[in-house]
Design a protein around this ligand. Sequence first.
Ligand SMILES: [Ca+2]
Ligand SMILES: [Ca+2]
Length: 368
Amino acid sequence: MRDSLKFFLIGICSYFSFCSDKGTSPVISTPDSISLTFTVRHVSIYGESDGMIDVRISGGISPYYYSWSNGEVTRDIGGLSAGTYSLAVTDGNGDKEEGMVEIEQPSESHPGYEDLTTNSIGMQLKLIKGGSFLMGSTSGQPDETPIHKVNLTTFYIGIYEVTQAQYDSVIGSNPSGNRLDGASRPVENITWFEAEEFCKRLSTIEGITYRLPTEAEWEYAATGGIGVFEYVWGDDPLPQVDGKKYANIGDVTFLELFGELLDFGEPFSGYDDGYATTSPVGSFEPNSFGLYDMAGNVMEWCNDWYMEFYYKNSPLNNPQGPSTGSGKVMRGGTYGSSKRYTRVHGRFQDTPSLKVPALGFRVVRELK
Ligand SMILES: [Ca+2]
Ligand SMILES: [Ca+2]
């Protein structure tokens, strides 16, 4: 177990605040030691170790001290106010990592809004609390750069892709190509305009605004509040952690049937999710926000027009994408996608009139 020592200290904020050290990467790592990301009120540690782990957070408050044994443990580290704190994690072998933690703003409170709610057609929606995060990546394609800070207003997002049954209940038809056990599978084979129309009609039914996620909202939701990983499930090259599977993507089952991935890229060799096409929504593990299928199953339409270097001039607050363009943003990859298309920061686009059986959507509901 000593050789596999690797820890992730993950902050899951009750508001979102990615806490970087003076603009550098929020990850500290040294070979054969501990990897940290920051911070805040709830701390989860994933790791394998024969020993215990100590975590200390200090600076203006009394040091916090915890011990962890194997596996994942979550602790409430108390109500930290805005400020800078030092953080140190030591494992049972004496390996130690230290870093600074910057907490940027007080928690937003949303009295009257449930953390998880169900709407009139049975959609479950998760409250994603407003705050700031770092969008983009330097480890992917040029259009993912630069990493830039984005502030988002609190929103609800569907924990699942919109299903065929939900689409049918609002629109009165099911255009999907993969209808086997279709009711709980994601709707697909719909244009961006049709996805938008669904949102408009649902807004009318409920008297509250539904719409497609902005690209920024989608990316933040997909990261689960942890912006430093390559994939929804972390940095592991396969969507399988501790025996749990995290995505329906371009796997062994897909390749057996189709021979080559939809995007002809690098497959997830050695991974078998059991689905050659779509899976019922929520068939795999959720991310740390409790959202399912943010990687794979169907690619998801976003509201924004795509612009390759939009991140260079993205507004700080609630970016909406450029005012016009030729392609709409699609995110998250499909049941037949390669590693590149499945990356959490990966950006894709196509004409909004495109309809293919691997492209669907999920909704955002505004608070009022
Ligand atoms: Ca698959
Ligand atoms: Ca998806």
